[in-house]
Design a protein around this ligand. Structure first.
Ligand SMILES: [Fe+2]
Length: 378
């Protein structure tokens, strides 16, 4: 598939285009929960406000958003039906989970945390004002959220109600309750607490990828053997794009997406490849240039904190032409391992340097495998 310049531009969501909605959720009037910024960057996520700006609506099999609020402000306990992954890129957030928020984990800058479905969770900014969480939610339709019954009760008393189709009614802002009260969301019954997922602190700790304990591979892609094509990839959720057979992600349950962290040293690039799935990159430091098509005729720069969606099957080179290391979070659609296909020039160069990929798609020394299985195109 060929990418045009206008397509390349419309898939870039620059960080100054992220648009906060402070009335996205049922608890937005409750003491301690104000002001709370919610951002929908790719897909609507779980917003409950018709005023939420969604930067890019194209379905990806997942939703990318963000949350940010001043120090001390809380997002109250709620349940998700699809995977919810938090990527803390600035500051610190304290997460609580369990039927009454009885467990706690402090997420530091660089942490990526996956909270299981069907479990009450909430979080408080315990770092500087503006501490930032990117979020990735599984599925196109996330199904919304269920609020803790105590929060639902307090919100109703503050004049906020929720309909069964997940939209807010704000009585203090001109909203009206429907005559048919069955259209309102019921309170989650406390008798169901016993059936919710039980996750201990030890269990949750297994679902955190911290910046300092990520395991990066410097041979995660075939083209990494070529001078000027250095990159390092650390698996976080699922097996992702890596072609290193030793790659072992810390989090492996189904999310409907995979996450890897990628570093490209200054002046290096990932050579032209394509995959069958949509890919989103969230730039966490430095910048990269994405160069599209086999002709390499279209390019766009993804800056620090920007989000970029790469269409499936597009040929793309990801180049760091800056003087500093670039790091980004790479999210690809689907739970399965992805199979990058490098352009023939890359495959040939790697082969001349003694490397190819084996029949499982992993990087190997070419002299160790049977000649007939070399995956060079004619
Ligand atoms: Fe949430």
């Amino acid at each position: 598939m060929k990418v045009t310049q206008s397509e390349a531009i419309e898939r870039l969501i620059k960080n100054d285009e992220y648009t906060s909605c402070t009335e996205a959720f049922l608890d937005c009037r409750l003491p301690g929960a104000v002001p709370k910024g919610n951002y929908s960057i790719i897909g609507p996520g779980v917003t409950q406000s018709e005023h939420q700006v969604v930067n890019f609506r194209e379905p990806h099999s997942f939703n990318i958003g963000a949350a940010s609020m001043p120090n001390g402000v809380t997002n109250n306990l709620h349940i998700h039906f699809s995977a919810e992954v938090f990527m803390c890129t600035y500051g610190e957030y304290t997460f609580r989970w369990g039927s009454n928020g009885e467990y706690e984990y402090i997420a530091k800058e660089g942490d990526i945390l996956s909270v299981p479905t069907w479990l009450f969770r909430g979080f408080t900014n315990t770092g500087p004002d503006g501490s930032w969480l990117f979020t990735c939610l599984g599925e196109d339709n996330t199904g919304g959220v269920i609020w803790h019954p105590g929060i639902m009760q307090a919100a109703n008393e503050s004049g906020m109600y929720l309909t069964k189709n997940n939209m807010l009614i704000d009585l203090k802002n001109g909203g009206h309750l429907p005559e048919d009260k069955t259209q309102l969301m019921d309170h989650f019954p406390e008798s169901e607490f016993v059936n919710l997922r039980k996750v201990s602190l030890a269990d949750m700790s297994q679902r955190v990828s911290a910046r300092d304990n990520r395991v990066f591979s410097s041979c995660a892609l075939l083209d990494s053997v070529i001078p000027g094509h250095s990159c390092e990839i650390a698996p976080v959720i699922g097996y992702g794009v890596s072609q290193d057979r030793n790659s072992q992600p810390p989090i492996t349950n189904p999310h409907n997406f995979t996450i890897e962290v990628v570093k490209i040293p200054a002046g290096n690039e990932i050579g032209s490849f394509r995959i069958d799935e949509k890919m989103v990159i969230i730039q966490t430091s430095g910048e990269v240039e994405i160069i599209f098509n086999q002709e390499k005729d279209i390019s766009i720069t993804v800056g620090d904190k920007d989000t970029y969606s790469i269409p499936k099957n597009a040929w793309r080179t990801i180049a760091n032409k800056s003087a500093n290391e670039a790091e980004f979070i790479m999210i690809t659609a689907g739970d399965m391992r992805k199979r990058p296909e490098f352009e023939n020039k890359i495959k040939t160069l790697a082969y001349e340097l003694g490397y190819t990929i084996d029949s499982s798609g992993y990087v190997v020394k070419a002299n160790l495998i049977i000649e007939d299985s070399l995956l060079l195109d004619e």
